[in-house]
Ligand binder design. Sequence first.
Ligand SMILES: *Cc1c(COP(=O)(O)O)cnc(C)c1O
Length: 239
Amino acid sequence: MTTRHTEIASSLRAVRARIERACLDADRSPDEVTLIVVTKYFPVRDVVVLINEGVRDFGENRDQEARSKFQEVRALGHDIRVHFIGQVQTNKAASVTAYADLIHSVDRHRLIPALAKGADRAGRTVDCLIQVDLDRRSVSDDRGRRGGALPGEVLPLADAIAECSPLRVRGVMTVAPLDEDRDSAFGRLADIADGLRSAYPDATWISAGMSGDLDAAIRQGATHLRVGTAILGSRPPLR
Ligand SMILES: *Cc1c(COP(=O)(O)O)cnc(C)c1O
């Protein structure tokens, strides 16, 4: 085993133990929680190490990087799931739907027909999560801008997704606000998820929790965690 393999295997083990502990504390089964390893900025060889360690779900946030990386990984014959977790530019929607199984970041109406067209052309069904911006309280409030719909926009967006047959509404996603207690923020997301699920029973996914706050996310009902740094180390600075 290479040093890098040993390093990744060991931090992956630590994160899995942390997830189990948080589930135990929250009286939840670890089977309810899926770990998505965020591999943005990291090379194919790291992805292959992760696959050898039993990881199947991968998250990426940049179209060009994700497309070529996972084309290569799939060409090696690996059966994996790719989650697109970054903001989707409308003109990149078709590209993203060609390789992503799940899009965590649907946050505006304009994107939906573009995604549907791409999914149609690729002949695949694409699962969609609605990204919620818990920072912004109104349409005119522009802080944060990490993407995401207002809580009140979630149901109308779900309705629009549901009308497009190659797309499926599966739940909600958020990146917690920096200035709010994590349990409070993820608790708000859980309430929004409840509301969505009463209209769309299949919308059971709650994508929340990253390296720094996955424990709080698990306490508040997250079903999918997106973890990068805690497993792969610091990302190289933005180019
Ligand atoms: C990069 C990224 C993550 C992973 O964050 P870490 O702090 O490295 O675990 C999770 N979610 C989104 C949307 C990201 O862009």
